[in-house]
Design a protein around this ligand. Structure first.
Ligand SMILES: Nc1ncnc2c1ncn2[C@@H]1O[C@H](COP(=O)(O)OP(=O)(O)OP(=O)(O)O)[C@@H](O)[C@H]1O
Length: 930
């Protein structure tokens, strides 16, 4: 491998040293030098071998002592071998850049290299020499006035601290439109003389975070930046004052390190990971700057180090980098990394310029003139200029309009791409299977719960809550502003269509029920009438509005949709109520049937009862209506069909039963055996009828569930539209000086952690948790769903807390939605799931789970014991992941024919300030009345 050839000096423009007059930016490559330190005592003690040497002033080669040939050559602006003094490194590698600050050009010198390679050693010498030269220059130029200020900071574990004022704690970074990134409240000391400066530097050294590692007794655990701001002024012959201002950054980075080599653990390991992460960002920035165009996105904002050094990396500054390396064979990989960084850095071009200070008086005069001119214009407006202005405004309007259109189009394209991506992802997920898709438990646990305190969500530190609230605000704003109104309207239309289908199906099922009841005249008369009434009511219910496709939509259109949806809501609610009534009626039917069956068995010996309430033979449409994934087209029904096949094909069951006595004369079948057959058939009929009613009940339940989902989706859409409207004002509220929001993957983990905990605290149904957990795995498009879920749960938790504090007299005996009713519902849900363990899990799977979840091999209700362990440990992501997988199997999410889409789980926004009464966790499993 060979590094790039040295850039000829002629190619590097060095206009600064000679002409600090103009303000034009000059392009210049970063100056990159390499310093090889001698083998350390530690390395010598380990009989380490020398693997690197400099063959001339610009070249360093890798020569494995165990091999003949050299393997890699790197070329830089200067290579200093082990015998070079720091003085020489300064003279030839940094002096020129450092002294630019005296001429109004920003400059930065930093040392980069692996831990223990000699960065601090080198930078200490560079700083000393630079200070000496700066004061020498000041002394040699008595005609000029100099003002020196010094500030110093360190970035420790990604927190910025003031080294001259440790009391200040962690400092914020702010974005200043003119100055770029600035450190809020960083103290700047005015330096009196060189002694004072030395004193301040030694204070910084004493304050800096240093720790012992296996490679370095005094390893710097933070990045240190000492900043000298130098303002120089000169009175010209004309008497005019000319001033320049620039800063010199002296940066001693913490060293990259391998945990295996530094034997780091605990605090050192954490420091090391922060150090490596920010150095990686620095490397990325340098790489991008070395290959990309100036306009490309450079990830300065990915770390505080690169944010603070932004100007020095491809901006308005001259920069010198001294890469320090160890010559030892044992560090060869680290040294190669350093040299690869150095090679990229050589390709980075800066655009430094002389920074002149406008004399205040001149500035004031200029501003006064400008004010006078504007005032004069206002008093007697020049017609031509007014019309010019008007034209200009019109032109601007047109441009804005065009841009808005463009933005709309771009948004549309982005949404389209997103949905394509989503469906591709889904397809891939289906292929891979859910197991492989989930995040690694290990990773999740580390990201989500590292160093977390105890269980309660309320114990989350206030600042972390604030931070996540701010980030959530930013994300919500982003997701809302990016929603295209036309998408919302077409979504609403789709929901309308789905509602219409559900209504049709509800009508069909009721018609069949009605027929069943009427043809057999069983159940109470009241129930039959009830059903007939419901049937006509549902038929009368029409979906308001049309279902034509929406071609265009704007805000006004959306407003209409909201009004229409609000009126619809009553429709859906009444449909829900009606379905509830149907369920009641079915319950009555079941009990009526049971009574009839009991009566029949009692009186059978006397007068052979004729029929059974509902027979499958009377339900020709049943095949059509019972087709939902969850509705049990049961094994008993199939058994029933099988038995029918084995009967006399001409036989009507009832007839055969009724006629048996007369036939008995001509048959040889003994009476007793016939009575056994009759009993068998009776049992069969009863089973079939019960099964049939259960099927209808399950189906109605499912319909209710779908209606509820529909309602939630609509509510969500309405809320989105309202948010869209509030958007502008909300944007104003945002704190512009706030830090950038947490990166989405971290925010996702943070939110998911909170959601899982809140599910636990609010006793949310397990099926809901499972569906949500499996569907939302951190895709950027999940942001809005996570936000909604978190809001709802936060509100709910608060609501429960208030219920807990309220007087029982106010709450009544069993307040709807009280904690106890949620716990009860959860218990019922667990019992329901336990019943499915045998049928949904294979014997092998069951045994594996019993063993894993430590269910004793002998004992009662092993299935319930197993289910009782699901979703019980919100801090244990392994428990969470496995619980979700088991529940998914029990309920059959994965095998469901109907695609479970994220949209199905959109919930309405419930503002924590909205004090509406809680009406129960109205979600899937709750609706199932499990
Ligand atoms: N050129 C050199 N000549 C002699 N000794 C050196 C040289 N460079 C470094 N050393 C010695 O090596 C040891 C490690 O140096 P230093 O602390 O400067 O490394 P570092 O790169 O800053 O490490 P870290 O990143 O862990 O802070 C020190 O004891 C230092 O005195």
């Amino acid at each position: 491998m060979s590094g790039a050839a040295a850039t000829p000096l002629t190619k590097i423009r060095r206009a600064f040293s000679s002409t600090p007059g103009g303000q034009k930016a000059c392009e210049e490559k970063i100056r990159v030098t390499v310093r090889i330190r001698p083998l350390s005592r530690r390395e010598q003690a380990l009989y380490d071998l020398i693997a690197w040497e400099s063959v001339d002033f610009n070249t360093i080669i890798y020569k494995n002592p165990n091999q003949e040939r050299s393997a890699a050559t790197y070329v830089f602006d200067r290579v200093f071998d082990t015998s070079c003094s720091t003085q020489r490194v300064y003279e030839e590698g940094a002096k020129d850049v450092a002294l630019s600050a005296l001429k109004g050009i920003n400059s930065t010198i930093f040392a980069y290299g692996q831990t223990s390679s000699g960065k601090t050693y080198t930078m200490r010498g560079i700083t000393e020499n630079a200070v000496k030269d700066i004061y020498k220059h000041i002394e040699e130029n008595p005609d000029k006035q100099f003002v020196l200020k010094m500030s110093a900071l360190e970035i420790y574990n990604e927190n910025v601290h003031d080294l001259l004022n440790l009391e200040s704690g962690s400092l914020r970074l702010l974005d200043d439109p003119e100055k770029g990134t600035i450190v809020d409240k960083l103290i700047e000391e005015i330096v009196k003389d060189s002694q004072h400066l030395q004193q301040l530097i030694s204070i910084c050294e004493a304050q800096r975070q240093v720790g012992e590692t296996a490679l370095n007794d005094k390893s710097s655990r933070s990045h240190q930046i000492i900043r000298l701001t130098i303002q120089s002024s000169l009175r010209e012959n004309s008497g005019r004052m000319k001033s320049f201002i620039a800063s010199l950054n002296l940066v001693d980075l913490a060293g990259s390190e391998r945990a295996s080599q530094t034997n780091a653990g605990g605090i050192r390991l954490k420091e090391g990971s922060h150090i490596n992460r920010s150095l990686l960002t620095l490397m990325n920035v340098i790489r991008k700057l070395s290959v990309e165009k100036r306009s490309a996105h450079i990830p300065y904002r990915d770390s505080k180090l690169t944010r603070i050094l932004q100007h020095s990396l491809g901006g308005n500054a001259r920069t010198a980098i001294i890469c320090t390396v160890s010559p030892a064979l044992s560090h060869v990989e680290q040294t190669k990394n350093t040299l690869s960084f150095a090679t990229s850095a050589r390709e980075v071009t800066n655009r430094a310029q002389v920074n002149m200070v406008e004399p205040e008086k001149r500035l004031v005069k200029h501003l006064q003139k400008e004010v006078a001119r504007l005032e004069a214009e206002l008093q007697c407006p020049d017609v031509s200029s007014t019309s010019d202005l008007r034209d200009l405004l019109r032109e601007k309007d047109v441009k804005i309009e065009e841009m808005e259109k463009e933005m709309k189009e771009l948004k549309r394209q982005r949404d389209l791409a997103q949905s394509q991506l989503e469906s591709e992802r889904k397809a891939r997920k289906e292929l891979k299977g859910l197991d492989q898709e989930g995040p690694s438990d290990h990773v999740v646990r580390r990201l989500a719960f590292e160093g977390e305190p105890a269980l309660s969500v309320r114990s989350t530190p206030a600042n972390s809550r604030l931070r996540s609230t701010a980030a959530r605000k930013a994300i919500l704003r982003q997701s809302i502003t990016s929603t295209d109104p036309s998408l919302l309207v077409s979504e609403i239309r789709k929901l309308d269509e789905r509602q219409r289908q559900i209504e049709e199906e509800a009508t069909r099922v009721l018609e069949i029920l009605h027929k069943e009841v009427a043809s057999h005249r069983i159940g109470s008369q009241e129930a039959a009438e009830n059903i007939a009434k419901l049937l006509s009511e549902i038929k009368d219910m029409k979906v308001a509005g049309s279902f034509q496709e929406v071609v265009t939509a704007d805000k006004a259109n959306l407003q209409e949709e909201i009004i229409r949806l609000n009126s619809h809501e009553n429709g859906i609610m009444s449909l829900e109520r009606k379905l509830e009534n149907v369920q009641e009626s079915i319950d009555k039917l079941v009990s009526a049937f049971q009574m009839t069956a009991e009566e029949s068995s009692e009186s059978r010996s006397l007068k052979k009862k004729k029929g059974f309430p509902i027979s499958l033979s009377n339900s020709p449409n049943m095949h059509n209506i019972i087709r939902a994934p969850c509705s049990p087209l049961s094994s008993s029904r199939r058994a029933m069909e099988h038995q029918t096949e084995n009967m006399d094909p001409n036989n009507n069951m009832f007839v055969s039963y009724k006629e048996s006595p007369s036939r008995s004369h001509g048959t040889a079948t003994p009476k007793q055996s016939r009575s056994i057959n009759v009993k068998k058939m009776e049992r069969m009929f009863r089973n079939a009828a019960e099964e049939n009613i259960r099927s209808i009940k399950a189906y109605v339940t499912e319909l209710k569930e779908r209606v509820a989902k529909l309602q939630y989706q609509k509510q969500l859409l309405v809320c989105q539209v309202l948010e869209l409207e509030k958007n502008e004002s909300a944007l104003d509220e945002a704190d512009m000086t706030d830090q950038s929001p947490m990166p989405w993957p971290l925010l996702f983990e943070d939110q998911r952690k909170q959601i899982i905990m809140l599910w636990h605290l609010c006793h949310v149904p397990l099926i809901h948790r499972t569906q949500f957990y499996l569907l939302f795995q951190g895709d950027p498009s999940d942001q809005i769903y996570m936000e909604v879920e978190l809001r709802r749960l936060t509100w709910l938790e608060q609501h429960f807390a208030e219920l807990g504090n309220a007087s029982p007299a106010l709450l009544g005996d069993d307040p709807a939605g009280s904690v106890s009713s949620c716990i009860r519902a959860l218990k019922q849900e667990r019992e329901y799931l336990a019943k499915r363990v045998s049928s949904k899990l294979t014997a092998e799977e069951r045994e594996r789970l019993y063993e894993k979840w430590e269910i004793p091999p002998v004992g009662k209700q092993r299935r319930l014991q197993l289910v009782n362990k699901l979703w019980t440990d919100p801090l244990n992501m392994e428990n969470v992941q496995e619980s979700a997988e088991v529940v998914a199997k029990l309920v059959g999410f994965c095998e469901s024919g109907e695609q479970v889409s994220k949209e199905m789980f959109q919930l309405n926004f419930v503002s924590p300030n909205d004090k509406k009464p809680w009406t129960g966790w109205n979600l899937i499993s709750n609706l199932l009345h499990l």
